[in-house]
Design a protein around this ligand. Structure first.
Ligand code: F0G
Length: 430
């Protein structure tokens, strides 16, 4: 296969820059895309190459990201920082699908990645780019999963991770990972948006490599979620992808990946992309439904702390993905998120609260008749069930009302009994 030329391009004014230039924004302030000249690439040949790599046991291409390296980043094996990320399962929704009123619903479980979230796909590419730029320090602001992932990949690469998290506002499992993987963990007074603004200043001033999804190489890695899903479906394109939206990098990546596959003729149908936001952190939803210019949400609030973001950096790219695909943006309430979570968990699949926006959103869109009941739908589950045990216990103990106004509708409370056979029988005969 001939070399594919790539460069950076501003999403706003389309000014281009060399791929080797270290920058995250255009001079006009817009964010950057990695663009490729795909005009001479044979899509069918590429697809056959990817299929030949399926199931490799070792080497860079055993990764569910680097399997698609031609569309990820042109880099020698020796520079790649990988934990064999990706290769996550695609599950039929089972009872959760029945509950949502959808007969052809699947979940792509990105919580099965090495650090328990989809961020590992972006991070393998981001830290590899950091390697190319010879970075010794990498930094991010995070609601928890990006920082857990970055800390791990930085450790693997021998880099130092500097993490900015909103104090007291990230799930415990994620904070634990940042500390465990030996990141320098800075707790900021303020929310994610404050941390995001600070980390950009810090990186500029101190020359630290920024690994938030404003970094265009993060987005390149995350494209592999959609590509791998299609490969698992033998390249049959679903009618819909339903995906949670926070900082809006992941939906941007999903859309960009589909655009490239479409341009290459690897797919000839466009899957609609539905971005689901929490009602308390819904700037894209407001923009979409009210046809107003983008406006940040000042004090975002949601139990799904992963997506408690009011000023998402990638909104332009995400909107582009929704518009290109003929998709939509929906919002879900706190109660809808946690009830969906209870159903997804009870189906034996399980995911952290933000991920459950996919099920809650799919159900809502089916009820509205926007998604047809027998259409093929893939929900992206972004994080592992173990990331946020507090939310799970709170729901099942029914103690979330005061703080979040959430009822334990489908609560499965633990039952305390005396240590006797009689007591067990009494419960089981109930
Ligand atoms: N789901 C989970 C579990 C997440 O951690 C995130 C984002 C999202 C969904 C939303 O994805 O931001 O690309 O729209 N978490 C980031 C973090 C912000 O810092 O871990 P997005």
């Amino acid at each position: 296969m001939k070399k594919i030329e790539s460069y950076l391009e501003c999403v706003r004014c389309h000014k281009t820059y060399d791929i080797g230039e270290l920058r995250y924004n255009c001079d006009c302030g817009g964010i950057l895309d990695v663009k490729r000249d795909l005009s001479h690439v044979d899509g069918q040949e590429l697809k056959a190459l990817w299929d030949s790599r399926w199931g490799l046991k070792r080497g860079v291409e055993a990764s569910g990201v680097w399997r698609y390296r031609e569309l990820i980043l042109d880099v020698p094996d020796s520079m790649v920082v990988t934990r064999q990320e990706g290769n996550t399962r695609l599950y039929p929704a089972m009872s959760a699908g029945t509950w949502a009123g959808l007969s052809n619903l699947y979940f792509k479980h990105e919580g099965e990645n090495p650090t328990g979230s989809f961020k590992d796909r972006g991070m393998t590419c981001g830290t590899t780019a950091a390697n190319l730029f010879n970075a010794k320090y990498v930094a991010c602001a995070s609601t928890g999963n990006t920082s857990a992932s970055m800390a791990s990949y930085a450790a693997v690469a021998g880099m130092k991770a500097v993490i900015f998290i909103p104090e007291g506002k990230i799930a415990y499992g994620k904070l634990a990972q940042a500390l465990a993987y030996n990141g320098i963990t800075l707790q900021i007074e303020g929310n994610f948006d404050d941390a995001m603004s600070l980390v950009q200043d810090v990186c500029k001033e101190l020359g630290i490599y920024l690994l938030n999804s404003i970094n265009p190489f993060r987005i390149e890695g995350q494209k592999a979620i959609g590509i791998e899903t299609l490969q698992q479906m033998d390249w049959e394109v679903p009618d819909w992808f339903v995906i949670p939206g926070g900082n809006l990098g992941n939906s941007s990546a999903l859309g960009k990946g589909m655009m490239e596959l479409y341009e290459l003729g690897i797919i000839n149908k466009i899957p609609k992309i539905a971005v689901i936001q929490a009602a308390g952190a819904n700037p894209l939803y407001t923009m979409w439904t009210q046809h107003t210019p983008f406006k940040a949400v000042k004090n975002p609030e949601t139990i799904a702390t992963a997506i408690k973001i009011g000023n998402p950096v990638s909104w332009e790219k995400s909107l582009r993905a929704v518009e290109w695909s003929g998709g939509t943006v929906e919002e879900v309430t706190e109660q809808e998120i946690m009830d969906a979570k209870a159903k997804l968990d009870a189906a034996g699949i399980g995911a952290e609260p933000a991920s459950c926006c996919s099920l809650a959103g799919a159900k809502k869109l089916a009820e509205k008749g926007i998604i047809g009941k027998s259409e093929k739908v893939v929900g992206i589950l972004t994080g592992n069930i173990l990331k946020d045990p507090d939310a799970v216990i709170g729901y099942h103990q029914d103690t979330l009302m005061e703080h979040y106004g959430i009822k334990g509708t489908f609560a499965n409370k633990p039952i305390q009994i005396k240590p006797t056979l009689e007591a067990v029988k009494a419960v089981l005969h109930r």
